[in-house]
Design a protein around this ligand. Structure first.
Ligand SMILES: [Zn+2]
Length: 270
């Protein structure tokens, strides 16, 4: 087996900030086929090295942070890549008015750093869990501004960041905060569902998260209203033989697991 040191699962890509135009700074990307990605109950990924690669700490590196204005996002297309690779995705740039609002809001992002006593230049590698946690808080702050400007898919974006932040908060002994973030995420996923504000093929994910989070909040009635939607759709898909039944079946299995866990307080064995 090769040495871990020459098997780094992460690589750097130089970026320009679409909000303040600062460049260059680094975004971290995961090399393909180096990790097994395991989703927990809240669909937050955990990374396990495969093919001789070590486990990556990508959970803390996934958010790219502009070291000048602190504009932050996990989405590759939210920044302008300075590399000329054919894999480079076309950036999805903010409108002028959104850009201005994101720039004005940088004072609030600086406040977040102050609260957690983090330096602006900390968002590099290695990135400890506390810095990783704060990178999600910055991304949540930016997603809230995107919501204000009705940028597409910003409701599930904010909700997802809250769930990531909750996961790290739990790992660093801030369980109360984790609990609060998961409860806050409910509003965002409820709005995402109501407005169909999610990428085309992600409706099962959004429905599933509405189930998990409402059960977490002990709101069985609301959770079951989403269970019914998935159950009816799944039945119809199987009866008529259309759509991606494998995907809906895998979510249906996840739903059965969380319902079992909710009723019996224990995870269902596979
Ligand atoms: Zn910037």
């Amino acid at each position: 087996m090769q040495n871990f040191e020459d098997k780094d699962p992460i690589y750097d890509v130089a970026q320009r900030c679409p909000v303040c135009n600062y460049e260059p700074f680094v975004a971290y990307r995961l090399k393909s086929k180096t990790q097994r990605i395991i989703l927990d109950k809240f669909l937050v990924p955990k990374y396990e090295g495969i093919r001789g690669y070590p486990d990556s700490d990508f959970s803390c590196l996934g958010v790219t942070v502009c070291p000048s204005c602190l504009y932050s996002s996990e989405k590759e297309t939210d920044f302008i890549s300075l590399s000329q690779s054919s894999f480079t995705k076309k950036p999805n740039l903010p409108s002028l008015i959104l850009k201005e609002d994101l720039l004005n809001d940088s004072s609030n992002r600086r406040e977040i750093l102050k609260t957690y006593n983090i330096e602006i230049k900390s968002f590099i590698r290695p990135r400890d869990k506390k810095v990783g946690f704060v990178s999600y808080l910055l991304a949540i702050e930016c997603a809230r501004i995107k919501i204000k400007h009705q940028k597409r898919h910003s409701f599930p974006e904010a909700g997802t960041y809250l769930l990531h932040a909750a996961q790290i908060a739990e790992e660093i002994g801030m369980g109360t905060l984790a609990d609060q973030y998961r409860k806050n995420a409910i509003t965002y996923f409820a709005k995402a569902y109501e407005r169909s504000d999610f990428p085309g093929d992600h409706d099962e994910e959004v429905s599933y998260l509405n189930i998990v989070l409402n059960l977490y909040n002990d709101d069985k009635t609301t959770a079951f209203s989403y269970v019914k939607v998935i159950e009816d759709r799944r039945r119809e898909m199987h009866a008529k033989g259309y759509g991606d039944t494998m995907k809906i079946d895998s979510f249906w299995n996840r739903i059965k697991d969380v319902l079992y866990e909710y009723e019996y307080g224990d995870e269902l064995d596979d």
